[in-house]
Design a protein around this ligand. Structure first.
Ligand SMILES: Cc1cc2nc3c(=O)[nH]c(=O)nc-3n(C[C@H](O)[C@H](O)[C@H](O)COP(=O)(O)OP(=O)(O)OC[C@H]3O[C@@H](n4cnc5c(N)ncnc54)[C@H](O)[C@@H]3O)c2cc1C
Length: 510
């Protein structure tokens, strides 16, 4: 990246040092580290008095691409963050009490005759007695059920590389890890409490932020990573917040760590409750747990009691309460302010999408990196792409609530009746009538994820892709049987998740 033209950005100020702040600082510092003396200064301001939200420990597979771009050593990263591996999410009691399904990372096998394998599965399901579940052709799901993990092998497509994975990590250690990375590459950190924002009279751009001790920090570009406070984007820039709580009614969480449980599962667990759901995230030094709920349907005390009752190991602390409003800033980029992280919006953590939205926000900021004029066209394109991603992710998460047979509590009765956006209604009806899936956004969830969810929640399509009828049925049955056997055998030969961690990425005791 060149930093040489007259109107180039000379100083970037990042407001906030949580996951979002350091995830923004690290790639910017890396890119500008090569730019010589003309490189912009990168300054991050954070207030230890305010602190960070301290949750956000499960991720999606593209985090590996983010780490790779930074040149991070995968093993060192897992060790330093007390991390573990994530092959997907196990959902319990979603759709109906007693229901279990897995949203695995990867697909259901290679296309057959150019069509999705699970379309062929839909066809066979009508004619073949006792056809195993479609989940048996998801490598990640089979590995997770057997508690196995090893990274995908290179080379020709095979069962040994037919899956993807992400990480679980300690949020505080992750931010610290990226902080050292960014600071080694020239980013500066300032501790202080921002109490005021100074705007330029001529164009309303932010000129500087002012600290409680009187210091003034000026800059050309401000990245607002101040969390739910949204100091710049909501405060100074007054970008309105679009509230999506009618569609995603949970607005609170209680979070508590508990003792590590062996064996460490290579997946997150999400268990639906009467007024929300509970997460379980296995780390090397502890288990992360939380109960996400709507406080209109359960009191905070009852929510904390539900959380503690649902733990499978001893709590290491008392539950910590968090409050949020699901939604997003109508414009995440206004003038010379770009919001990343919770300042730009929040979708509850059911599918671990917030860190993904941070990564994609940072990626787009780098792609559309402005000069000092911050032409509004760049902001418009950034905002268009972010809106699309937020909305499609919102629909994906809302589907978990909407597609339910549960009527056993106020929350589930509300969700069954709640109106949904046309995009989501179209997705459900398209699948119900034809077995097809609409890809609402190329950067968000793809067909296998939608299928996992729609099928997992119990929706069975009335029809399937008519092209699959052209394949010889006996050959198809054989192909499915061979593939299933290869998947089972490959998974059986893999190490346990615990063993893999012990051998390759064991963290020092916390
Ligand atoms: C219950 C819950 C569970 C979650 N689970 C997941 C998950 O599993 N996966 C996932 O991807 N995401 C998850 N998230 C979201 C994730 O936690 C956040 O996206 C992520 O931590 C980024 O937060 P942030 O950096 O935007 O904000 P914060 O962590 O809140 O950081 C804000 C920063 O701004 C600074 N600041 C604020 N005001 C001032 C001021 N006046 N002066 C100076 N500094 C200031 C603070 O000091 C802090 O450094 C979860 C969120 C919640 C609420």
């Amino acid at each position: 990246m060149s930093a040489s033209s007259d109107s180039s950005i000379r100083k970037i100020v990042i407001v906030g040092g949580g996951t979002a702040g350091w995830m923004a600082a690290a790639p910017l510092a890396q890119r500008f580290a090569q730019a010589g003396p003309a490189r912009p200064e990168i300054v991050l301001v954070e207030s230890p008095d305010i602190g960070t939200i301290g949750v956000g420990e499960a991720t999606l597979p593209p985090i590996r691409a983010y780490n790779a771009t930074l040149g991070l050593d995968g093993a060192d990263f897992v060790r330093k963050t007390q991390g573990s591996f994530k092959l997907g999410i196990e959902f319990r009691d979603w759709g109906s009490v007693g229901n279990r399904f897995f949203h695995g990372f990867g697909d259901f096998g290679p296309p057959i005759d150019g069509r999705s394998p699970w379309q062929h599965w839909l066809r066979l399901q009508r004619t073949v007695d006792n056809l195993p579940s479609y989940e048996d052709w998801s490598m990640a799901t089979v590995m997770a059920h057997r508690n196995r993990f090893t990274p995908p092998e290179g080379g020709a497509p095979s069962a040994a590389n037919a899956f993807s994975f992400a990480y679980h990590f300690d949020a505080g250690l992750y931010a610290a890890y990226l902080r050292s990375y960014a600071m080694e590459r020239g980013a500066q950190r300032i501790e202080g409490l921002i109490v005021d924002v100074e705007l330029r009279p001529e164009d309303g751009f932010v000129a500087a932020v002012k600290l409680a001790d009187g210091r003034r920090i000026d800059g050309d570009l401000f990245i607002d990573c101040s969390g739910f406070r949204a100091l710049l984007i909501g405060g100074a820039m007054q970008s309105p917040y679009e509230d999506w709580s009618a569609l995603l009614p949970c607005n609170s969480a209680q979070a508590v760590p508990s003792e590590r449980v062996a064996p460490l599962t290579p997946y997150t667990t999400s268990t639906a409750k009467s007024a929300g759901w509970q997460w379980r995230i296995p780390l090397q030094h502890r288990t992360g747990n939380g109960h996400v709920y709507c406080n209109g349907f359960i009191s905070d005390d009852e929510a904390a009691a539900t959380l503690l009752a649902g733990l499978d190991s001893k709590a290491l602390d008392t539950p910590r309460q968090l409050r949020f409003t699901t939604g997003r800033r109508k414009q995440g980029w206004v003038k010379n302010v770009v919001a990343i992280g919770l300042a730009g919006g929040f979708l509850e953590p059911l599918e671990s999408t917030s860190i993904q939205l941070i990564m994609d926000g940072v990626g787009r900021l780098i792609q559309f990196f402005p000069d000092r004029r911050c032409k509004p066209h760049l902001a418009a394109e950034f905002n268009r792409l972010m809106a699309q991603q937020y909305e499609s992710t919102r629909d994906f998460i809302a589907l978990h609530y909407k597609l339910t047979d549960r009527r056993d509590s106020e929350l589930w009765r509300y969700c069954a009746d709640m109106p949904i956006p046309d995009t989501l209604a179209h997705q459900i009806e398209l699948f119900r009538a034809t077995g097809r899936v609409a890809i609402l956004d190329r950067d968000s969830f793809q067909e296998p994820s939608w299928v996992s969810l729609l099928m997992g929640l119990g929706l069975r399509p009335e029809a399937y892709d008519p092209f699959v009828d052209h394949v010889d049925e006996a050959a198809l049955v054989q192909h499915f049987a061979r593939l299933r056997q290869a998947i089972q055998q490959t998974a059986a030969g893999m190490p346990d998740h615990d063993q893999y961690i012990a051998r390759h990425v064991k963290a020092a005791p916390a």
